[in-house]
Design a protein around this ligand. Structure first.
Ligand code: ATP
Length: 304
C-alpha cells in the first residue's frame, strides 16, 4: 500500500421506495426499499501511516474518534486481513470532506464506511470479492453493503439482500432539499407503529410493485412508485417536510419524497434545464440547503 494519499468519491443515496414490513426479534426492522446512489458525494482521502488509524472530518458534528464509521471500517478490514497476514503493522489517516448532510437520510456515514472497505481492498490487491466485502460491510450497518456495489438496487431483509435494477433514473435530475434538521434514524423507527392498519393497506401489491421495478421501468415512470413509510413519522414532527414537497411539486417536479428517515426531501425532474432553474431559485430564496444531482451509476460524475 502506497503512502501517497489517494482520494475516493463516496456517494450519497436516496430511497425511491421504502416499506417497513416487520421487526425481527433482535430489534432490526425488515424492509423493502429501492435505493439509488447519487452524484452528491463526500471525498474520502486515505494515506497509509505507521500504525494508528486516525480520522479527520470537515464537519464538526461528525465524531473523529473510533466511533466514526470510516474508522470502524478500517479496523474491521484490518482485523480480517491480519488473520491472513499476521504481524504486519497497519495505520491509516482518513480525511473526510463532507458534502453529504449528516443524519439526513442520505446514508453519508454508511457510504464513507463502504468507501474505506473498497479503498483498502484495492490497496491490498483486492484480496476480497465484492460479495465478501458486502458481508464484511453488514457488520457496520444495514445500508453499508449497498454502498459496496454502488448501483441502484432493491434491498430486502434488513437492507442486505440486494437485487440490482437498471435505468430507473436515467435522464432525470434530482433536486435535494435539506432543511438543516438532524434526525436520529433510531428514533424514527421507534415512532413507527407497524400495527396500524394504514401500513397493511399501503403495502397491498408490494410484491407486484417490486416485480415491476425488477423487470425494468421505462425512464420517467418511477414517479408513480415513490413511497416512504417513514415519511409520515418524520413529517408529523417537522411540517417543513410537507412544505418542501409541495414547493418542489409546484415548481415542476414530476415526483417528490422524503429519503430514508429524513429530513432530506428530493424532487425528480425529467427536464434538466427546469431542474437547474429550480435549484437556483430554491438556493437563492429559501433557508434550506439545496443540491442538484443525478443517479451515480447513470452519470458517474460529481454533484454541483
Ligand atoms: P442512516 O444510515 O442511519 O440512515 P443517515 O444517512 O441519516 O443515517 P449519517 O450522515 O450516516 O446519517 O449519520 C448518522 C450518524 O452517524 C450521525 O450521528 C453521525 O455523527 C454518525 N457518523 C459516524 N461516522 C460518520 C461519518 N463518517 N459520516 C457521517 N456521519 C457519521
Amino acid at each position: 500500500m502506497t503512502t501517497i494519499p489517494i482520494s475516493h468519491i463516496s456517494p450519497a443515496k436516496i430511497n425511491l421506495f421504502l416499506a417497513v414490513t416487520g421487526k425481527r426479534p433482535d430489534g432490526y426492522h425488515e424492509l423493502v426499499t429501492l435505493m439509488c446512489p447519487i452524484t452528491l458525494a463526500d471525498t474520502v482521502t486515505i494515506k497509509r501511516t505507521r500504525r494508528k488509524i486516525t480520522v479527520s472530518c470537515s464537519d464538526p458534528d461528525v465524531p473523529e474518534d473510533e466511533t466514526n464509521l470510516a474508522h470502524r471500517a478500517a479496523r474491521l478490514f484490518w482485523a480480517d486481513w491480519t488473520r491472513e497476514k499476521k504481524g504486519e503493522l497497519f495505520g491509516a489517516h482518513i480525511v473526510i470532506k463532507k458534502r453529504i448532510p449528516v443524519a439526513a437520510g442520505l446514508g453519508g456515514g454508511s457510504s464513507n464506511a463502504a468507501t474505506v472497505l473498497l479503498a483498502l481492498n484495492r490497496f491490498f490487491g483486492k484480496p476480497y470479492t465484492y460479495q465478501e466485502l458486502g458481508a464484511m460491510a453488514l457488520n457496520l450497518g444495514a445500508d453499508v453493503p449497498f454502498f459496496i456495489f454502488q448501483r441502484p438496487a432493491i434491498a430486502t431483509g434488513i437492507g442486505e439482500v440486494l437485487q440490482p435494477v437498471t435505468g430507473i433514473l436515467s435522464g432525470s435530475s434530482i433536486i435535494l432539499v435539506h432543511p438543516s434538521i438532524r434526525i436520529s434514524t433510531a428514533t424514527v423507527y421507534q415512532n413507527l407503529n407497524l400495527r396500524l392498519t394504514k401500513y397493511h393497506q399501503r403495502h397491498k401489491n408490494l410484491d407486484l410493485r417490486v416485480e415491476n421495478v425488477l423487470k425494468g421501468i421505462s425512464p420517467g415512470k418511477i414517479e408513480k412508485y415513490l413511497y416512504n413509510d417513514l415519511e409520515t413519522v418524520t413529517a408529523a414532527r417537522y411540517p417543513e417536510i410537507e412544505e418542501i414537497k409541495q414547493t418542489l411539486l409546484s415548481l415542476g417536479a414530476n415526483g417528490a419524497l422524503m429519503s430514508g428517515s429524513g429530513p432530506t426531501v428530493f424532487g425528480l425532474f425529467r427536464d434538466k434545464a427546469v431542474a437547474r432553474s429550480v435549484f437556483r431559485h430554491l438556493a437563492g430564496e429559501y433557508p434550506w440547503n439545496v443540491f442538484q444531482a443525478e443517479c451515480w451509476s447513470c452519470e458517474n460524475k460529481r454533484a454541483k
